[in-house]
Design a protein around this ligand. Sequence first.
Ligand SMILES: Cc1ncc(COP(=O)(O)O)c(C=O)c1O
Length: 395
Amino acid sequence: MPHDASASDATRCARAPESPRSISEPLAPPIQLSSVYRIAGLDEVDALFEGRADGFFYARDGHPNAAQLADKLAKLERAEAGVVCASGMGAIAASVLTLAEQGGRILVSEELYGKTTTLIARELARFGVTHDLFDPSKPETLRRALADAPDARLVVAETLSNPLLRVCDLEGIGAVAREADVPLLIDHTFAPLLCKPIAMGTTLVVHSLTKLIGGHADVTLGAVVGPRELIDRIHAVASTFGQTGSAFDCWLAMRGAVTLPLRVERTSRTALELARRLEVHPKVLRTSYPGLPSHPDHTLAKRQFSGGFGAMISFDAGGREQADRIIRGLRAIPFAPSLGDAQTTVSHPCTTSHRGQDPAVLGRLGVTPGLIRVSVGLEDVEDLWEDLAQALEFA
Ligand SMILES: Cc1ncc(COP(=O)(O)O)c(C=O)c1O
């Protein structure tokens, strides 16, 4: 290295190494942890900021691992572009912050992950953003809500709702939102690969990559994909609000995505079998799984999804005490309030994901104290059933 030929040891230690020369490139994506990029001069800075040159500048604004992952997710969802954020909530918050305006209104599905409801109904309310509810399986309820909301800025729903797995009528809701010229954001966290919301009329698709796409319970990350112009605006908001995801998490999520199709297929098959057995078990009051004919949205799910109905099941064990006994009685399946891991886990929405929500609303929707949510993993179905059945007996 000519520039430090006579440098002292302190200088040699302090200086970053040059990249080794190579006529080849790594097959697997490298992890690039640098928080800042070395750049030749001011003209190059201008070119980067003005979009005349490609490259990176400062990791909060973007880095290669996030760019690679965003590109893969955008392609999977048939979107023009994507941006990775530090969590699923980061991706939802960046999208909502980009589109919401003081005095504007957001139309939200009445069944959402608890923190998304909190973000819109409590946090954004502090900034003068109001909201109204609609039923995501009934587009006419959105049409009515929009008729009363000339100030609507955004519609938000989940493909499969957390935790009762109600199915959003993506084409119907998308058509109503489009008629009103209001962007539709769909949280697709529970249903990767089961359908393509953008092809069905959705503007923005969000994933918590922490869940099924990461797939191994070792990543906290989110992403939003959609039209390039809107994604560029969301990207700028995410950077300003400090919501960028780390390079290592992006790398892990990229690795998780490799096996996503295999995991979706396998877990959908196992979940359908477990749901069928839970549904007829004498200790189970109610089983929610969109693949069961008894599910209120089964017909819609069959029309909308291909290749299965997903990895998530919810069942009602009767009350908090019974739910607690089942959770404690499970020998191998851990109570771990997340989802999408390679191993099966259970959660209790009332005390975890939906904690702090209005109990009257939760009760009306069916998010009862006895509700247990199962995230089905890759284990053998008979081993899973043996554990669930003995825990139900114990209850
Ligand atoms: C449907 C859904 N969306 C978004 C999130 C938020 O994701 P994260 O925990 O990565 O912020 C969750 C978390 O459980 C979720 O279940």
